[in-house]
Design a protein around this ligand. Structure first.
Ligand code: AMP
Length: 404
């Protein structure tokens, strides 16, 4: 259990909060402000406890002067003012006299937002390359560091790993929620533990499979991923998406864990990658010009049985090309069955989240992890440099099941 913002006395302290304000922007407008909204709990807590709050975040990639204009933090500033309904100070810089004065002059309960941390990448990649001089400088602006940017905890940057090397540090509510929901489920799973994997490529999920296959009772594989597994067993997959570099991996893991890895036995196929209705075919009937678009009805029934009997489920990746109306059935059925399970149900990964939003099932899971790459790293049991320097102060409790 990582030290959190609640473990500090914040009064009169300059508290640097590393947020994830990396929102999508189109034509100069924020298209989804979820990340800013999700940061508010930690910011409001710090204000309520009379801290002087310094907010830092990255926004997009900044490699050139032109990127600076595209990723100016002022757009986040305007949204933040609207959401907080409060005056907020902004400094159009990431270092220098103006930054130092603004930090030094903050009063209790005031908020200051600094310019995009990645402006420091233009000249020498200092933020993303984790320059420790820069990190030390940023640390000198505050008394306490709180990291609440879950989306970047798998990255070793100056504004997360770096600052926490030089200041007393803790995590904010967002990171705490992710850690306490996911870590016990991976380290101490409840059995039967079923992992459901889908999405496009096997190669993105090799580490995840290797790490979960020893802990899970069953791994159900659908989506584009299962094509490569089935091809490695000698089936004709026609024109379906295949991850050639992963064929050997699939073959090896299947030979070791054939009893745990459950693959579909039928599919909805088409002869074109378009949103037109397809045909249901058994795995052995796939012809040379077929493209697998979704898992078929028999496979759905098999997967549902494993899901029904599970005490813990982790789901990452859609079962088919769910963006097309004609190929949503598999993903919808698996999402619904998982939502109905009364054990621990965790959903991670961008596309599974889009899918459950599409089917309006957002509030039906124990935990939805929003971190993309960070969620994947956490599930893999990989290293998380962004929180590495934050003290561990105990174990997380196991998530409560829906039926208890
Ligand atoms: P990922 O980001 O790896 O989770 O992949 C998500 C993407 O996988 C979605 O855009 C789906 O359309 C795609 N996908 C799922 N099933 C298939 C399939 N059978 N063939 C091609 N793409 C698929």
């Amino acid at each position: 259990m990582k030290k959190t913002i609640k473990d500090f006395n914040l009064k009169n302290k300059r508290v640097i909060i590393r947020c994830d304000f990396n929102v999508p922007i189109k034509d100069g407008k924020i298209t989804d402000n979820t990340r800013i909204v999700k940061s508010l709990e930690t910011i409001k807590y710090a204000i309520r406890h009379n801290a002087k709050v310094i907010l830092m975040s990255h926004l997009g990639k900044v490699k050139t002067e032109d990127d600076k204009n595209k990723n100016d933090m002022r757009i986040v500033y305007n949204e933040l003012v609207k959401l907080m309904k409060k005056k907020i100070k902004f400094v159009d810089n990431t270092r220098g006299r103006e930054v130092e004065d603004a930090c030094a002059n903050l009063k209790n309960g005031q908020i200051l937002l600094l310019q995009n941390t990645r402006y420091e990448d233009v000249d020498g990649n200092l933020e993303s390359g984790c320059d420790l001089e820069l990190a030390k400088y940023w640390a000198s602006l505050g008394d306490i560091f709180i990291n609440d940017a879950f989306g970047t905890i798998h990255r070793r940057h100056a504004s997360n790993y770096g600052i926490s090397k030089f200041l007393e540090s803790g995590v904010g509510f967002l990171i705490e929620e992710e850690l306490k929901s996911m870590l016990p489920a991976i380290e101490n799973p409840d059995n039967p533990f079923v992992v459901i994997l889908g999405g496009a490529k096997v190669s993105d999920k090799i580490k995840l499979i290797e790490s979960l296959v020893t802990k899970a009772d069953y791994i159900l594989i659908g989506g584009g991923m299962c094509n490569t597994f089935l091809l490695s067993e000698g089936y004709n997959m026609g024109e379906s998406l295949i991850d050639k570099d992963s064929i050997d991996f699939c073959k090896n893991i299947l030979s070791k864990y054939s009893n745990k890895i459950i693959l579909p036995i039928d599919f909805v196929v088409s002869d074109q990658f378009k949103d037109v209705s397809g045909n249901i075919k058994d795995i052995s009937d796939i012809s040379d010009n077929d493209i697998v678009m979704d898992i078929g009805p028999k496979s759905i029934e098999i997967f549902k049985k494993y899901i029904k009997d599970a005490e813990q489920i982790i789901w990452n990746g859609p079962m088919g090309v769910f963006e097309f109306k004609n190929y949503q059935n598999g993903t919808k059925a698996i999402a619904r069955a998982t939502a109905e399970n009364l054990g621990i149900t965790i959903v991670g990964g961008g596309d599974s989240i889009s899918a459950i939003k599409m089917f309006r099932l957002e509030d039906k899971f124990s935990h939805i992890s929003t971190g993309g790459g960070a969620s994947l790293k956490l599930l893999e049991g990989g290293s998380l440099p962004g929180i590495e320097n934050i003290e561990d102060i105990g174990e997380y409790n196991i998530l409560k099941k829906k039926h208890l």
